[in-house]
Design a protein around this ligand. Structure first.
Ligand code: SAH
Length: 252
């Protein structure tokens, strides 16, 4: 049987340095201007890395995880801008489907379709969605967050009873920062829950190599005129804690 090796990826140090601190028997590898950390979490082999921002950086990183580190599955944990009105800062989205909102080779191919693959939407693996779901329910249960994040910080972001959403994530090389961008996206992809800049690229690479994956995103901002400020404060204070708790409870 192939040994199970889980790749754990984020885009920013603020999404992943906490997870690196969970590693036992840590080894570091420097490849292509990124540092890959190999070790174990709860006795499970993992390789942890942050890619930096955007689809190209993310694709290069996940390819390295697959080809050099032989990962057998991938978990992405990071932050995103909320698009659906139902989402609040501090909520979590599991991307059951991922689409690249900036892919448009129309009229040669339908808008959003990845040319020559014949697909626009990539699906996270059902069993990983289920594991993520259980882990996040646990974190959102019975005030658990209050044990790991100070009341002041939770209050600052109005995080009271955060909820879990499962659905479509749209990715592209754009930071969403105003209502016009949001409205335009919602017109084209009305089911979008949140936006970010890596998930669908990671999903495409995993699909092409046959690696099961799940993309998990915490809402750091509402992808509107306040997003730069909210994003910066959230990533400074909260996002590492969410990543640590999600990963600790997923990997059993
Ligand atoms: N100004 C920031 C850049 C942020 S890019 C800086 O200097 O560091 C935002 C990162 O968080 C990306 O990795 C993306 O995946 C995610 N993200 C969070 N909110 C987002 C939003 N509103 N639009 C797009 N991506 C967002």
């Amino acid at each position: 049987m192939t040994q199970r090796i889980i790749g754990i990826m984020g885009a920013l140090p603020e999404e992943i340095t906490g997870v690196i601190e969970l590693l036992k028997d840590k080894e570091e590898y420097r490849i292509g201007k990124r540092t890959y950390y190999k070790g174990t979490i709860n006795d499970q082999q993992v390789v942890v890395v942050y890619s930096r921002i955007g689809k190209v950086a993310a694709s290069a990183t996940v390819s390295t995880l697959i080809l050099k580190f032989n990962i057998t599955e991938l978990i992405f944990t990071g932050v995103a801008g909320g698009i659906s009105n139902h989402l609040k800062i501090g909520d979590i989205v599991i991307g059951s489907e991922l689409v690249q909102h900036d892919m448009d080779a129309y009229p040669l191919f339908p808008t959003f379709e990845i040319p020559l693959i014949g697909k626009s939407h990539f699906k996270s693996a059902n069993d990983l969605i289920q594991q993520a779901n259980e882990s996040i329910q646990h974190i959102f249960d019975q005030n658990y967050l209050h044990h790991v994040i100070s009341s002041d910080d939770l209050e600052q972001f109005h995080i009271h009873q955060p909820s879990l959403h499962i659905g479509l994530i749209a990715s592209g090389d754009q930071f969403f920062r105003d209502q016009t961008q949001k409205d335009h996206l919602l017109e084209l992809l009305p089911e979008t829950l949140c936006v970010e800049m890596e998930g669908a690229a990671v999903a495409q690479v995993c699909y092409e190599f046959g690696i099961p994956f799940v993309i998990i995103r915490t809402i750091s901002d509402e992808a509107d005129q306040h997003s730069t400020i909210d994003f910066t404060r959230f990533t400074e204070k909260i996002s590492n804690i969410y990543s640590i708790e999600i990963i600790k409870h997923i990997i059993k």
